[in-house]
Structure formats: C-alpha cells, structure tokens
Write a protein that binds this ligand. Structure first.
Ligand code: NDP
Ligand code: MG
Length: 379
C-alpha cells in the first residue's frame, strides 16, 4: 500500500541548510511534503519559499517586518510549527541555542527531529534525551560527521564501538602560523575552504569551536564517553568520520562535501532511497586524502569545549553561549579572532559553579555567559 507523503516542518528555512533542504524534498514529492516553514526575520525569502512550497503553517520569529496574512509571528511560532499534528519530521536548521525549545517540543510530541541545530544537544543533551524518552520522538543527525558515524555503526550495538574519530576540515586557518592568526580578519574567517555555510558555523569552523560542539553532540547521540571520541584534521572533507570497532576494524563514510546527502539520510534513515541530485563520487578526483593532528596551541577552543562537555551540568551551555556572543561581536567587527577563545575561557572560569539541573537553570547560565562576554569587552 502506498503511504501518504510525510509532513515536514522546516525551521530556519531561509538559512544555508534551510535553503538546501527544499532541493532534497523537491526530488521526492511522493515521500515528503512541506507542512511548515519558519524563519527569523528574512520575510522576503520566506515569502518566496511559501509561494514555491505551499506550506500549511508559516512562522516568522521577529516582529516588525511586513507580515503576510495568515503568518504566525513570534518565538512561539517555531514550537507551534514543530508540534503540528500533520508534521512527522522536523528539520531543525535554526542557528544557535534559539533552536533548543523547538527540539525539545518536537521530541516530546513524538516527532523525528532531523537535527542540524547541534547547539540544542550541546546546551541540553540530557533534557533532549528525557524529552525523547517521554514523548517517543527521536533525533537523527543532519551534521555530516554524525550522519557518517550513524551510517558506519549501522545496526551494531554501541558496546562493539571502541572509538569515534570525527574529521575536521581544519578551517581557513589550518596552516596559519600563530603570529599571522593574530591578524586574522572577519573576511579571512568567512572564507571556508571546503563548505559553504551560514556565518556563525563558518566562524566556528575557523576557531574549531564547531568541532567541540560536534564532540559533545556525538557524546549525546551515540552514548560514548569523551575519552573515546577523537578529532583528526582531514582538509579535503571527503571522509566524513570514522568508527573504530572493538576488533580494531575501522569503518569510514565518504562522499562529496554537500549537505544534501546527510539531509536526505536524516529523513529516510535507516532506509536509503534512490536520489541522483548529487554528482557521483570520483575517488581519483578526490585524491589524495590526508590526515593531520589538531594544532591545539592555535585553536584552544576545541579543548575548552571538550572539557566543558566532560564537566557537564551547565558548562556546555556556558561554552556555547559565550561562543555565540563572541562570534556575534567578531562578526560585527568589535573584537579580534583570538578574543573569541579568550572570551569562552573567561566565561567558563567565571561561571564554573552555575547550576544546570533543568531548562530554567540552563537558560540562566546561557544568559549569564552572554552578559559576561559583553561586559568583558564593555559592549
Ligand atoms: P544560517 O545562519 O544560514 O541560517 C540560520 C537560520 O535560522 C535562518 O533561517 C534564520 O532566519 C534562522 N534563525 C536565526 N536566528 C533565529 C532565532 N532566534 N529564532 C528562530 N530562527 C532563527 O545557519 P546554517 O544554515 O549555516 O546553520 C543552521 C544550523 O545547522 C546551525 O546549528 C549549524 O551549526 C548547523 N549546521 C549547518 C551546516 C551548514 O552546512 N550550514 C552543516 C552542519 C550543521 P533568518 O534568515 O530570517 O535570519
Ligand atoms: Mg559538521
């Protein structure tokens, strides 16, 4: 019997992931239909998407924009969109901790969350686990490294996994000497060598904060302790990650660097469906594939984030919020590149005793970390 198409809510539809997802969905109209779209403030782009995709529900978080009749305005709209009865899958492509409430609500409502918004798991991984257990929802990662790990593990139990090896492109500053790094400008940080992404994650890739967020994300998704999650630099971004099993065998997942592949897999997992939207993989053209250690002296934020993950409680929320605030200041031209990791270190040490028992405490830690960073630079 033919199944009706699954309803998809696309949160953050005007962003980099948000604009890639409709291309994937459009190739499978028999499987998926867009039930809801939300954006923060880009009403123009949202209106164009509405005209093309005909969603039932349209949400715009920010007021003060030209809102069309029937649109829902305000922060509540993302939670409403994520929990509509006609929605089966929520693609959470919101940037930052702002995506957290929608992730929790969707899990509680029993939805599949195709999660690009890694910050949700970093800020409140334990709460996401309990929301999923209560409501019957599940997270399937969109992040390419975690999609790779999921595919490598397949149906094997986690007890057979010895170690996860997460690959990192190394970002635009991979080879920059320390002295040159001090002069790094906004434009340099936004010039990513292999991936085209939104500005926040592009800066996170330059500092390696993104890899710290991904280590914490992997810890929650796959249930491995931090000392069994390693990071290796792989500048070509072809090997998306690797899993070492207890017998010493290593399984890797490879592919051209496009987010369309992990987006599709997050929608269909564990099934694979025919799709010819992505150019075929050519191993010879992708050669050579190289691997390097992380330069921890140049990119201290990675170790800071992993340590915050180990500490648990509110520490990952403080790490994330301090980074979000520092990146916003860096993008506004108010601070230097190396100030980002210093600001994170300062917030983590000032707020080391912040409680992280429930959502309220985590949101308070998030707000305190943002304020700490603003005060640090007198902004
Ligand atoms: P973008 O900055 O390109 O897009 C962000 C989206 O979120 C936009 O639609 C934006 O709306 C919306 N948004 C921003 N702030 C809020 C808010 N406060 N409330 C609700 N919606 C908001 O980000 P990316 O697409 O690059 O990244 C999205 C997420 O996916 C991030 O968590 C990132 O780490 C993750 N990710 C991204 C990858 C990529 O290739 N880009 C790869 C792997 C993970 P508006 O346009 O109206 O401002
Ligand atoms: Mg990633």
């Amino acid at each position: 019997m033919r199944r009706p198409p699954q309803g998809v809510a696309l949160l953050g539809s005007t962003g980099s992931i948000g604009r890639s997802a409709p291309r994937v969905l459009a190739r499978h109209p028999d499987r998926f239909r867009v039930a809801a779209l939300t954006a923060h403030s880009n009403a123009e782009e949202l209106a164009a998407q509405v005209a093309a995709l005909h969603p039932d529900y349209i949400g715009l978080v920010s007021d003060g924009y030209a809102v069309h009749p029937g649109w829902h305005v305000g922060t509540e709209s993302i939670v409403e969109a994520a929990t509509l009865p006609e929605v089966d899958v929520v693609i959470n492509a919101i940037v930052g901790a702002a995506g957290l409430r929608a992730t929790l609500a969707a899990l509680e409502a029993g939805k599949r969350v195709a999660l690009a918004n890694k910050e949700s798991l970093v800020v409140a991984g334990t709460l996401a686990e309990s929301a999923a257990a209560r409501g019957g929802g599940e997270i399937v990662p969109v992040d390419s490294e975690h999609s790779a790990i999921l595919q490598c593990i397949g149906s094997r139990p986690v007890t057979e996994v010895r170690r996860l090896i997460i690959t990192a492109s190394g970002g635009p500053f991979r080879t920059w000497p320390l002295e040159r790094l001090r002069e790094a400008q906004r434009e340099d940080a936004l010039n990513h060598p292999t991936w085209s992404m939104g500005p926040k994650i592009t800066v996170d890739s330059a500092t390696l904060v993104n890899k710290a967020l991904e280590v914490i994300e992997a810890h929650f998704l796959f249930g491995l302790p931090f000392d069994r999650i390693d990071v290796v630099v792989h500048p070509q971004s072809i090997v998306h990650s690797m899993v070492e099993f207890v017998d010493g065998s290593v399984v890797a997942q490879l592919g051209v660097p496009t987010m369309e592949l992990p987006i599709l897999y997050a929608l269909t997992h564990p099934e694979r469906i025919g799709d010819d939207g992505v150019s075929p993989f050519d191993p010879v053209a992708s050669s050579p594939l190289t691997f390097e250690p992380v330069r921890h002296d140049a990119f201290p934020a990675l170790a800071l984030g992993v340590e915050a993950g180990r500490r648990g409680g509110a520490a990952p929320a403080v790490f994330n919020a301090a980074n979000e605030q520092a990146v916003a200041l860096f993008l506004a031209g108010a601070i230097n590149f190396h100030d980002i990791s210093s600001a994170i270190a300062s917030a983590l040490s000032a707020l080391h005793a912040a409680p992280g028992d429930d959502l309220e405490a985590l949101l308070a830690a998030d707000a305190a970390a943002r304020q700490h960073v603003k005060d640090l630079f007198a902004c």
